[in-house]
Design a protein around this ligand. Structure first.
Ligand SMILES: [Cu+2]
Length: 161
């Protein structure tokens, strides 16, 4: 019987969290990966460029640090807002700086890679609501070895790209 009672309590808790999730509008939750492995790669100093009403696109910047002895590659990601997340770089084309998707961002062993305005960045598409200072976006990144890295990215105001 104790097992049954415990099961019921867990379901009730799960339902309550599901409701909280449905009610939170500024920051939707990224489902946690129960079996996520610890990665020697960490993400820090993350932030998201503020997105005014009507703007469905924004960029995420952060520092990726690989404390391991094996090079890793960031291959994909998702966020608590927006439909899709793409890995982007800025490159010069006919004298103009343009951004373009890349298939991966290499993080050499024992090194850091900075995603910053004017360089590599994460692009969020399909924003349904404005992002303003005070909001926080949760970002989950997947590496080439299938490990994931999670980071909270506060919204910051910023002039241009
Ligand atoms: Cu971009």
């Amino acid at each position: 019987m104790i097992g049954n009672l415990h099961g019921t309590a867990s379901r009730a808790t799960a339902t309550r969290w599901a409701w909280l999730g449905a009610l939170s509008f500024a920051v939707a939750t990224v489902p946690a990966l129960a079996a996520a492995q610890a990665s020697p790669v960490v993400a820090r100093d993350a932030w998201v460029r503020e997105a005014p009403a009507g703007r469905a696109v924004t960029a995420v910047f952060l520092m990726l640090q690989n404390a391991g002895t094996t090079a890793r590659t960031l291959v994909s990601g998702r966020a608590s807002v927006g439909d899709t997340l793409e890995l982007h770089e800025m490159k010069r084309e006919n004298g103009m700086m343009r951004m373009a998707p890349v298939t991966g961002i290499a993080i050499p062993a024992g090194a850091s890679v900075e995603l910053r305005p004017g360089g590599l960045h994460l692009m969020l598409f399909g924003l349904k609501k404005p992002l303003t200072v005070g909001d926080t976006v949760r970002v989950q990144l997947t590496l080439d070895d299938k490990t994931t890295v999670e980071v909270a990215a506060p919204v910051r105001r910023m002039g241009g790209m």
